[in-house]
Ligand binder design. Sequence first.
Ligand SMILES: Nc1ncnc2c1ncn2[C@@H]1O[C@H](COP(=O)(O)OP(=O)(O)OP(=O)(O)O)[C@@H](O)[C@H]1O
Length: 392
Amino acid sequence: MVGLIRDGLPAGETVGVALSGGGDSTALLHLCLAAGLKVEAVTVDHALRPESAAEAAAVGAGCRTLGVPHEVLLWEHGPIRGNLMDQARRARMGLVADWARARGIGVVALGHTRDDQAETVLMGLSRGAGIDGLSGMRRAWDQGGIRFRRPLLAAGREELRDWLRQRRIGWIDDPTNDNARFTRVRARKALAALAPLGITGARLAEVAGHLAQVQEALRAQVAAAGARVVRQAAGALQVLPGIHEEPAEVRRQLVAQALRWLTGADYAPRAGELERLIAAMVEPRQATLAGCRFKDTWLMREPRAVGGPVPVGQVWDGRWRVTGPAGEVRALGAAGLRQVPDWRATGLPREVLLVTPAIWRGAVLVSAPLAGLSGGGQAELVRPFHLFGRTD
Ligand SMILES: Nc1ncnc2c1ncn2[C@@H]1O[C@H](COP(=O)(O)OP(=O)(O)OP(=O)(O)O)[C@@H](O)[C@H]1O
């Protein structure tokens, strides 16, 4: 077990441990200490259960007795609509990354196990996921200057709990982990029922590992195809007819990555939906999917899906930073385009320009940098363009 930590985490620097207080992350913390690493721990209080603040404080007290610096971060939120688990995870990752940056910590360890990996694969199967969903969670990735690591991905949950029990180390069981309202909990229960078929957590994790390698091999092919058949202009993507000559999976991956780049979404739509979009690219040459619109050869943001107004200097629609004279940044739209008589000189279609950022003062258009009305404004994409990245 300690070997997993030595292989998965650097010895010479402080490691941030994301510590929920559950069995897995408690084992992670103690294994890091056993491996002689210098650690600091952080607990996010999601404030979703009345006991959560007291639990986070108890986790902190445990850390103090170990001499481990610990901080509790509160997720401040109103009523939650939509996928609670997903939103809690996103908020948690954001808070933990901010904490690490503020503490000068470059690497953060998470306690995901082989069982989490197996559940992720089962959940992927249940929604008919493609290779992205079936290849499981990554062991390592970099995000916002922080290296995230999952050193326990090869360890079983029970194995870790046995390791804790042998050392008389306690942990807190989160009742959410038994709430069948959550897909992950149902996946955990279903996995137990699959054992007679030989489908164990270890077997599913093995399949995920294999598919992750397949995906890695595919990635280079997708990048090369992207360079041939997709070009970026004014934040939209022109998809050349050559895409239809590419193998079906390469095509799907390209379109999935293109949509994710346009919207910043963590996940791409399902294979069936991607197929429908790809078919519509041939005829009738228009479609909408996941906040994006395809028209003729262009894939761009859908007007009604773009972000609300922000002040000049802030990021608009999650991907544009507009600088220049004071005002409000929002989409150029039809009303704006009418005020830029020579927009055709850009060589770009109307639909592409409609969803580009512009600086407004009330109904007065001040600047539309991508449509050819400078007005002293400049727009820059904050998300680098690539078609083979992946986050989860
Ligand atoms: N509230 C939290 N504060 C800090 N880190 C967390 C929190 N919840 C989860 N994590 C991190 O994310 C990992 C995976 O989360 P998940 O929800 O699967 O775990 P858990 O069942 O809540 O707790 P554990 O993994 O500790 O048993 C945890 O091992 C931990 O590293």
